[in-house]
Design a protein around this ligand. Structure first.
Ligand code: AMP
Length: 277
């Protein structure tokens, strides 16, 4: 990275956990567009999984990932193992900023500390000019933006649009867990966000009405064994609740799609901007 920078080249970073899909490669493409060189990291970060989550089951498809990265002209790939990133005796963590407390912070305690710790470490190892994250993980992007600001990290943080299947399902490495019936229910996330956005576009600005519509539409696509962690509308900047929509907001969803032995947790979101920008 430093050799490229010494030649006056800009270097972009795309951190991932692998099992790459078109959402990840859109970040590589954006980085290629914005920078002279791109480095992608592939690391399933154990510290962002809690004991009851899917760490051991998380898909690992390194050969396919490398082929895909080559197709997208990614210049460098960093694939550390867990002992390299967390050698015995490792004990320092980066505590996530305040914006990580609600929503995912309520339902996945400690998750964002794992995310901020690993991304901060990646920024030290790969001191790139830019880093690209998906707004599909909306709160994660906010957390990393605030961490970079608070810790005077020089890397510029970019939030990029969500890439979806043709029918609207946000691409996710976890989609591969879904059978056809579960996948159909998973489409409820996008349907609920669309319903909410349509009501917003028709002029509704009352948060309770929009949120009720969001929650009811979502629930109508799910079965009793699925579980909604949250379906809320909050301020885009702070992720705090707002009384009415007079500033940019975002509708955020997190749902467990039941699969018998395993459930698949999916998230999605939709920005709602009354200023029309
Ligand atoms: P992950 O491998 O799930 O940790 O994701 C790595 C990066 O890809 C994160 O910045 C995600 O927000 C981003 N990402 C994942 N899915 C999508 C998607 N459907 N569209 C855009 N970016 C995505």
């Amino acid at each position: 990275v430093r050799q490229h920078q010494q030649k006056g080249q800009r270097v972009g970073l795309v951190p991932t956990m692998g099992a790459l899909h078109a959402g990840h490669t859109s970040l590589v493409d954006a980085a290629k567009h914005h920078c002279d060189r791109v480095v992608t990291t592939v690391f399933v970060n154990p510290t962002q999984f809690s004991p009851n989550e899917d760490l051991s089951r998380y898909p690992r498809t390194l050969n396919e990932d490398l082929a895909l990265l080559q197709m997208h002209n990614c210049d460098m790939v960093f694939v550390p193992d867990a002992d390299t990133m967390y050698p015995p005796g490792h004990s320092t963590i980066v505590h996530a900023p305040r914006i990580g407390l609600p929503l995912e912070g309520e339902f996945r305690p400690g998750h964002f500390d794992g995310v901020t710790t690993i991304v901060c470490k990646l920024f030290q190892i790969l001191p790139t000019d830019d880093a690209f994250f998906g707004k599909k993980d909306y709160q994660q992007w906010c957390v990393l933006r605030d961490m970079a600001h608070d810790l005077n990290i020089a890397t510029r943080i970019h939030g990029m649009p969500t890439i979806r299947e043709r029918d609207g399902l946000a691409l996710s490495s976890r989609n591969r867990y879904l059978n056809p019936a579960q996948r159909k229910r998973a489409l409820g996330l996008r349907s609920a966000l669309d319903a909410c956005e349509n009501l917003f576009q028709s002029g509704e600005r009352d948060v309770d009405s929009l949120q009720n519509h969001l929650q009811q539409t979502l629930a109508s696509h799910l079965i009793a064994d699925d579980q909604i962690d949250y379906a809320r509308i909050v301020c885009q900047r702070s992720l705090q609740p707002i009384p009415s929509i007079c500033e940019p907001c975002v509708a955020l969803l997190a749902v467990h799609i039941d699969g018998g032995r395993h459930t698949t947790r999916l998230i999605d979101n939709q920005e709602l901007d009354p200023t029309g920008s």
